[in-house]
Design a protein around this ligand. Structure first.
Ligand code: MG
Length: 392
C-alpha cells in the first residue's frame, strides 16, 4: 500500500499504521497524494448508498415518530465524533477509526433491533441474519459503485473493525478476517475504540431521546448513579435552569466523564501491556480500550435502566411489534413468490438460488429487506398487502 511517513509519524507505535496495512482484497493503485488509504475507506463509506439510507432508519424511535430523535445516521456520526476525540488523546489512527464508526451500522435493517430480530427469525433455516455481519456484507459485496469489484474494497483494518462479533461457524467462513474469533485474539485499538464509542453514544443519546419522548422522567433516572451525580451538580450550579437545557448539561457531563475515564484507563492499560505495535495489541489477553471498574459498572447500570424503561416501554414495544410484522410479511411475500421482487433483486435471487438453493433465495430477500429504510418498508408492505394502495 502507499506509504506516507507523515501520516504514520504522528501515531503511537501501537496504532494502525498505513505502512503496515494488510491491504485490500482487490489490488488498487494508491490514492492520490492528499489522501491516505484509511481516508479513502472513510470517503467510500460516506459516498455509499447504504450510508445515505441510514438517515431514514430507526435507532430506537421509528423514523416518522419525530424529527428530533436520533436516527442510525446521526447515531453513527455521534459515535465517530466521540471516537475521534479519544483517538487524538491516544495518538490512534483517526481516519481509520472514523471509517469504522461510520460503517458500523450499515447493515442494520429498518426498525432497529426489532427489524433485525424479525429478519433473523425469518432466516432461521437459511443461515440466519445478523446486522453486524450484514454491515460487512454491505461493504464487501452489496454496494455497486466500482467497475472492477463489488462492494467498497475496504482495507483489512477497516473490515476487521466493522466485524465486532461473529459466531465460530461464520468466522470459519470468513478466512483471515474471521480467524481472530477462532483464536480469541483482539482487534486493533481503533476497532476496540469504535466498539466502546458506540456504547457511549447510545447510552447517552437514548437518555436524551427517552426523556424527550416522555418515556422516562429525570426523577426515575435519579436512581441511576451516573445520571444522578451530574443531575445533582447541574441543579446545584444552575438552580431553576429550564428542563431542556438542564438535560443537555447533564448528558454532556455524563459523556465527558465516561470519555475522560476511558482515556485515562486505556492509557494505563497500554502502559502496562506496552504493546510495541498493532500485532502486540492483537495478541494481548483482552481488550486494552476499557473503562475503569467504577465507570464500567455505572455504564452497565445505565444500560440496564434503558433496557427496562425505554426499550421495553409499551409505546416502543407497540411500534416495534408493528415493525416486526411488516418485516415478517415482506419476507414471506417475496420468499414465497420471488416474482414480486423488483427486477434486479429477482435476478440476484435467481442467481443465489441456483448456487445455494432456498438459502440463496432467502439471502437475496434478506439483503433486499435489510437495505430498506423504515418508510420504504412500510410503503412496500402496503403495496403488497393493501389493495387500495396505488402500485408505484
Ligand atoms: Mg451502533
Amino acid at each position: 500500500m502507499s506509504v506516507s511517513p507523515d501520516r504514520d509519524a504522528a501515531l503511537a507505535p501501537y496504532a494502525c499504521h498505513e505502512s503496515q496495512s494488510r491491504g485490500r482484497q482487490h489490488r488498487e493503485p494508491p490514492p492520490a497524494g492528499h489522501r491516505g488509504e484509511y481516508q479513502r475507506d472513510r470517503d467510500r463509506i460516506v459516498h455509499s448508498s447504504a450510508f445515505r439510507r441510514l438517515v431514514y432508519k430507526t435507532q430506537v424511535f421509528v423514523n416518522h415518530e419525530g424529527d428530533l430523535y436520533r436516527t442510525r445516521l446521526t447515531h453513527s456520526l455521534e459515535v465517530a465524533q466521540i471516537a475521534r476525540s479519544v483517538c487524538g488523546a491516544l495518538q490512534l489512527n483517526e481516519a481509520l477509526c472514523e471509517a469504522i464508526c461510520l460503517a458500523h451500522d450499515l447493515g442494520h435493517t429498518p426498525f432497529g433491533h426489532a427489524g433485525q430480530d424479525a429478519l433473523n427469525e425469518c432466516m432461521r433455516e437459511y443461515g440466519g441474519f445478523e446486522h453486524n455481519l450484514q454491515s460487512l456484507r454491505v461493504v464487501d459485496e452489496l454496494e455497486e459503485r466500482y467497475a472492477e469489484f463489488s462492494g467498497l474494497n475496504l482495507t483489512f483494518e477497516c473490515r476487521e473493525g466493522i466485524l465486532k462479533h461473529c459466531s465460530a461457524k461464520n468466522a470459519a467462513e470468513l478466512g483471515e478476517l474471521g480467524r481472530r474469533f477462532l483464536e480469541r485474539r483482539q482487534p486493533s485499538l481503533e476497532a476496540q475504540l469504535a466498539n466502546v464509542a458506540d456504547a457511549i453514544a447510545y447510552n447517552n443519546h437514548d437518555v436524551d431521546d427517552g426523556l424527550r419522548a416522555g418515556l422516562v422522567t429525570t426523577r426515575e433516572l435519579g436512581g441511576v448513579a451516573l445520571f444522578a451525580r451530574h443531575h445533582a451538580e447541574v441543579e446545584r450550579l444552575y438552580p431553576g435552569l429550564g428542563e431542556r437545557r438542564q438535560i443537555h448539561e447533564v448528558v454532556r457531563r455524563m459523556i465527558n466523564q465516561v470519555v475522560n475515564d476511558l482515556i485515562q484507563t486505556t492509557r494505563g492499560r497500554i502502559a502496562v501491556a506496552a504493546p510495541i505495535d498493532v500485532e502486540a495489541v492483537r495478541a494481548a489477553d483482552g481488550p486494552l480500550v476499557a473503562f475503569s471498574e467504577r465507570i464500567a459498572a455505572e455504564h452497565r447500570e445505565l444500560k440496564r435502566f434503558l433496557h427496562e424503561r425505554v426499550y421495553r416501554h409499551f409505546r416502543v414495544v407497540r411500534m416495534t411489534t408493528k415493525a416486526q410484522r411488516v418485516v415478517r410479511e415482506l419476507f414471506r411475500a417475496y420468499f414465497d413468490d420471488p416474482r414480486l421482487l423488483p427486477d434486479e433483486h429477482r435476478e440476484v435471487a435467481t442467481r443465489l438460488e441456483a448456487g445455494a438453493g432456498l438459502a440463496g433465495r432467502g439471502r437475496a430477500v434478506a439483503d433486499y429487506i435489510a437495505g430498506m429504510t423504515d418508510r420504504y418498508a412500510i410503503l412496500e408492505h402496503a403495496r403488497l398487502y393493501d389493495p387500495s394502495v396505488p402500485q408505484g
